[in-house]
Design a protein around this ligand. Sequence first.
Ligand code: UN1
Length: 506
Amino acid sequence: MNAFDSRKELAALWDRLKLPPLGDGDLDARSPIDGQVIGRVRSASAAQVEQAIGAAHEAFLQWRMVPPPRRGELVRLFGDVLREEKEALGRLVSLEAGKILQEGLGEVQEMIDICDFAVGASRQLYGLTIATERAGHRMMETWHPLGVVGVISAFNFPVAVWAWNACLAFVCGDSVVWKPSEKTPLTAVAVQALFERAMERFGSAPANLSVVVQGGREAGAALVDDPRVPLVSATGSTRMGREVAPRIAARFGRALLELGGNNGMIVTPSADLELAERGITFSAVGTAGQRCTTLRRLFVQDGIYERLVPRLKTIFAGAPVGNPLDGGTLIGPLIDGSAFEGMAASLAQAVEEGGSVTGGERLYGNSLPDAFYVRPALVEMPEQTPVTLRETFAPILYVLRYDSFEDVIALHNAAPQGLSSSIFTNDIREAEFFMGPAGSDCGIVNVNIGPSGAEIGGAFGGEKETGGGRESGSDSWRAYMRRATNTINYSRELPLAQGIDFTLPS
Ligand code: UN1
């Protein structure tokens, strides 16, 4: 790999984005490209998080009275700022999260897309008019702003997932307190500054409509436990969700959870194998296997196994691994050493469970001892053993043979997680069955594309241990509002529902 200095790159990007100089702090921001510390931020104490929530609540009280299309105007302006800074912010995402530049730019595009979506939604926060059983009455529902929305995001999509939540929250009349991953604090600093630029252009948005609190568990816990935060949207591991969900439930808050995935793909005999090869490779090794939608379990029908799997091994071995900012690179580094240890541990377990591993070795370890580059691993498994049912956030693809379509559906659904899934087939019966009630049990079910790379227009999220949340497109905006059911009597009588007779004695 060519010589690269992540600190210089950060300084150049900070300049380009016209951001105020970073102060000092207790939290190191590292670039996974070379493992250097590129900046520091200060983590918030529980008391500081409480203060931030209070300030965001004050902003909410004003913002909720602004008409929704006017709120949409702020998000429209934010989309403009993002368009202006797409290249620089995309590079910053690559620098701090390690994903290749194409994906860094794609992530900013995802923010721009959700801005557009949210602007449209700001004129479409529709409620229903409902048939009433009583004469001279009308029933309807109205949607109102909810309050302070807490967003806890993960390192792998350090800015897009915040935008999915925040852009909808803003048009819905909410304010947002964001705790980014402690592994990617700088992209959050940058995005907050860009949002403030949009607020300046807007002119009359209340201060503290968007607040960032940096830090780890303490800051996250303060957000999770605060009754002034009616909705916490949290993205991360299933383990994190297990901790967070009961705490939010204990105070009757709402949780929108995007937790682990363990996404499968079935390749059937009628599949277009060339298409499948590309779909498999992008979804298994893209973002170095660190998407919640990454393909982790590949089920290949016996009859085509020998045509597909050796090809995949060759493709995996030849996929360029390196500096994510270099043009030809397809696979950047893992986020850090613990991710590498997790990958090594899972590969060792896979071998114990009868797997045969191709690839998976560490690269450039001598020249870059603090950066963790790996060759993607393809692991042929004799059956779906425990390691394959666990999410390891790394480029490991478990490959399994199957014989009958019925069996493979059961195998596919045996994972405890239920985020995304896909099938490659040209058989309409198989495709429709997979999408039907007895097919894939996931929140995202694709045909002839991989499980990752969803567009923002659909609702994003999954079932079972994935946590059940839905964010981004479709009608996900409803999670960020409270619903009121209104019954209006315009008659001169007071008929009771269910025909109840309640005549007062005269
Ligand atoms: C995530 O990995 O947390 O569908 C989000 C995808 C992206 C979002 C992934 N649009 O792969």
